[in-house]
Design a protein around this ligand. Structure first.
Ligand code: WT7
Length: 650
């Protein structure tokens, strides 16, 4: 492993000169403003940034904490913020650059975006009867129509719930039912590595049996043959033809829901994270401006999928709210070769590039010298998100991709936070590899001791908490108030008052910089995406041969963490490899390929306390090949540990 020496990198002085936040004193001034007059800070930016239809009367109402209200009394629509307000000055500016898997491109100007979104909104209203507050599930590939679909929902006040295209029919069905969605928007499929793949077939399977869905809208992308269910399935191309390009924006309250996005937690059932209108769009825009520092003529590319929060906030809502040009890519970064992203940077003159450590590791491994083949001089800011970035990947990204002149913004945040929470600002913050550095101005984030609730000292570790409500904070878990309170506001108290706990551990270094050390709960981070061990266990338990299962994370060269399952079978099976295959196929059916196990060990038993609690910590150590340091004498059957250890580590 190559070491990064002297690990502090100053922002590029040339870049800082014109950055929105130019140095650490400007950063500190902003953060002090927030600390000294929290509501005043947010009032100022909400008034400055949002095009209100009616102004808000109260900045923050936390009387029913953790059920908070931001900008109460205000009326707005997210699409007027993202589209209409730009039309006079940026009508002909490119809003979206789309690049398909096979290299086909499309550019969509703000005025074209406006027309497409309005037509789509009219379709949903007129043909599907979608009304304000209705839930619409979107199961789509990365094509411009997914942005139209999201914005069309926002236009008419419907609540979208995007389900990542890699999730299985079962997972899709669960989410449809939980949200009680009556409409699904999908595509026949799309292209990956020059081959068509299908989504509509998955939707068909998800809608078998009883579901609340009445209508399905199908966008034809790969033009493969699909089955059409009469009266349920409709062609977008057909219906969109005669729709008007004008559609009044629904007048929304600040706290009307904007979308749901399901994410994994520590129980078997994913939770529908709810984000509301004003606070979310404000922070999406502000962080775009501060963290990526996108300028009027920049071209910004975030490689995420819209099925995750990164795609929501930093491909669609944030960039469009600030009037930027955002790139959307259908394909995979290594096709046709590991130079694809760099070729795209060169061709589109990308100025900000935002991706995940897992992608950086793949690109590094498969194409170490690829960046040299392209002109990457347009790049100004590089970003990462999803997991801590390891030093070798960081070094390559900084030196080879960024030519040692671009700041790397290591952005720490979550589905629940709506936008960045901890991150360097590219013109201001000296950066250190693998370190998310400092709270973004306005965010009061502290590492607390879970027992005393006190802020830990320099060099110390604790729980990553946010101690004041912030505008883009999760507003609820759909249909489950209790779970909302319990999941986020029950672990840590500061001065006797519950605070938001992220679920992550973190550490202050000697300069007070924050390094995220990983989840403290039973959640694994696979390729920058959260996977609850309980969810994977629930899927594995559906296999008839399985008596007991415990799932843990194990470090993985590319994915960050891989999934390691310890399984106790009801009775031994003849062919263990066939059983492993059968278990993974159940996972694929119940959740999707992202949750496949890398390792499956058939154990003689699981290490449990006398009260029956599985000691996952021991299993994690064994999976990593670490020595067991904790006391195992109190286990129900201590001898199990040595047996499993021998099986796994020989
Ligand atoms: C979890 C959130 C935020 C969008 C993508 C994932 C981990 C996220 C970082 C980072 C270290 C990170 C945390 C967090 N995480 N960013 N820069 N450094 N860890 O969204 O699925 O909601 O997952 O990802 O563990 O809790 P998500």
């Amino acid at each position: 492993m190559s070491e990064v020496k002297k690990p502090v990198f100053q922002p590029n002085a040339e870049f800082s000169k014109t950055a929105r936040v130019k140095n650490m004193s400007e950063y500190q001034a902003l953060q002090d403003e927030a600390i000294n007059d929290y509501e005043g800070f947010w009032k100022r930016f909400a008034e400055e940034k949002i095009n209100w239809i009616e102004p808000f009367t109260t900045t923050l109402d936390e009387s029913k904490f953790p059920f908070v209200k931001w900008f109460d009394g205000g009326k707005l629509n997210v699409t007027t913020q993202c589209i209409d307000r730009h039309l006079d000055t940026r009508g002909d500016k490119t809003a979206i650059i789309f690049e398909g898997d096979r290299g086909d491109t499309q550019t969509i100007t703000y005025s074209e975006l406006s027309k497409n979104v309005n037509k789509f909104a009219n379709l949903l209203k007129e043909d599907f009867g979608v009304k304000k507050g209705d839930r619409v599930v979107i199961y789509m590939p990365m094509i411009p129509e997914v942005a139209y679909a999201m914005l069309a929902c926002a236009r008419i006040g419907a609540i979208h719930s995007i389900v990542f295209g890699g999730f299985s029919a079962e997972a899709l069905k669960d989410r449809i039912i939980d949200a009680d969605a009556k409409v699904v928007i999908t595509a026949d499929g799309a292209f990956r590595k020059n081959k068509p793949y299908m989504l509509k077939t998955v939707v068909d399977a998800a809608l078998e049996g009883d579901t609340p869905v009445k209508k399905v809208l199908v966008i034809e992308r790969n033009k493969e043959e699909i089955t059409w269910v009469k009266g349920r399935d409709f062609s977008y191309a057909e219906l969109i033809k005669d729709k008007s390009e004008k559609c009044e924006a629904e007048i929304m309250d600040s706290e009307d829901p904007l979308f749901l996005l399901y994410t994994s937690g520590s129980t078997g059932k994913p939770k529908g994270v709810q984000h509301n209108t004003a606070g979310y769009i404000l922070w999406a825009q502000m962080t775009m401006e501060w963290v990526f520092d996108v300028k009027e003529n920049d071209t910004y590319w975030c490689t995420a999928d819209v099925g995750w929060i990164t795609g929501h906030t930093y491909i669609v809502y944030g960039p469009l709210a600030m009037g930027a040009t955002t790139v959307m890519f259908e394909g995979v970064p290594t096709y046709p070769d590991a130079g694809r992203p760099w070729k795209m940077v060169q061709e589109h003159k990308i100025t900000q590039f935002y991706t995940a450590p897992t992608a950086i590791r793949v690109l590094h491994k498969m194409g170490e010298d690829e960046p040299k083949k392209y002109d990457l001089s347009s790049l100004k800011v590089l970003g990462t998100v999803g997991e801590p970035i390891d030093p070798p990947a960081w070094k390559w990204y900084y030196e080879e991709v960024g030519n040692s002149k671009c700041s790397i913004v290591d952005t720490y945040w979550q589905t629940e936070t709506g936008g960045h929470i901890i991150s360097p600002l590219p013109g201001a913050t000296p950066i250190k590899p693998g370190c998310a550095t400092l709270p973004v101005p306005g965010i009061i984030a502290e590492i607390l001791d879970p027992v005393t609730g006190k802020k830990v000292g320099l060099g110390e570790s604790g729980y990553m908490c946010i101690t004041r409500p912030w505008p883009s904070m999760i507003r609820g878990v759909w249909g489950d108030e209790e779970r909302f309170v319990k999941s986020y506001f029950s672990d840590v108290k500061k001065d006797g008052k519950a605070v938001y706990f992220t679920g992550d551990g973190a550490k202050y270094d000697e300069d007070g910089y924050i390094t995220i050390t990983g989840r403290t709960d039973d959640v694994i981070n696979v390729s920058g995406h959260r996977m609850g061990t309980a969810e994977v266990e629930a899927a594995i338990n559906k296999d008839n041969n399985v008596a007991e299962v415990a799932v843990v994370g194990k470090p993985h060269e590319i994915k960050g963490e891989g999934i390691f399952a310890y399984i106790v079978l009801k009775s031994s099976v003849e062919n263990e490899d066939a059983e492993r295959k059968s278990i993974n196929s159940i996972i694929k059916k119940e959740i999707g390929s992202i949750a496949l196990c890398d390792d499956i060990v058939f154990a003689p038993g699981l290490p449990k306390t006398r009260s029956g609690k599985i000691m996952r910590r021991i299993l994690r150590s064994i999976a990593k090949g670490e020595a067991i340091t904790q006391d195992i004498s109190t286990l129900e059957d201590p001898s199990i540990v040595a047996k499993i250890e021998a099986m796994v580590n020989g």
